[in-house]
Design a protein around this ligand. Structure first.
Ligand code: CDP
Ligand code: MG
Length: 132
């Protein structure tokens, strides 16, 4: 089973992308593919199209286009559910100790990482970045 993981511009900018990647590997995820890139406004809008119209949408698109991101295609048993557990709650203040967002996130927007929330969305998000 596969899922999509993104190290967001706040974490890449702080230089903790390698540290986060190491943690993911220690949790048993295998990296199938990866790339570092900067999203255009249009690409970020398309990736987060399910949130269009929500109060945080514009801030989210601004943030996600503010710097480079690292995108990882990951494989593991129970990948989608387990990665969400390892990542923690959307708001780092509500995230459990030991989760990536608790340790690296600084606000509900700048929460360090993205993880697909369902098998269906994982497929869509992997195709968005990796399938030609
Ligand atoms: O990323 P996750 O699936 O946990 O949360 P989401 O509800 O799908 O929201 C996507 C992203 O929008 C979050 O990861 C945050 O970066 C941002 N967001 C925000 O800035 N303010 C909120 N109230 C909710 C989400
Ligand atoms: Mg989500």
């Amino acid at each position: 089973m596969e899922t999509l993981f993104i190290i967001k511009p706040d974490a890449v900018g702080k230089g903790v992308a390698a540290l986060i990647t190491k943690r993911i590997q220690e949790k048993g995820f295998r990296i199938i593919d990866s790339k570092t890139l900067k999203l255009s406004e249009q690409e970020a809008g398309e990736f987060y199209s399910i949130h269009k119209g929500k109060p945080f949408y514009d801030e989210l698109v601004d943030f996600m286009t503010s710097g480079e991101i690292v995108v990882l295609r990951l494989e593991r048993e129970d990948a989608v559910r387990y990665l969400r557990e390892v990542v923690g709650a959307t708001n780092p203040s509500n995230a459990n100790p030991g989760t990536i967002r608790k340790d690296f996130g600084t606000s509900v927007c700048t929460n360090a990482v993205h993880a697909s929330d369902s098998d269906e969305n994982a497929k869509r998000e992997i195709a968005f970045f990796f399938k030609k």
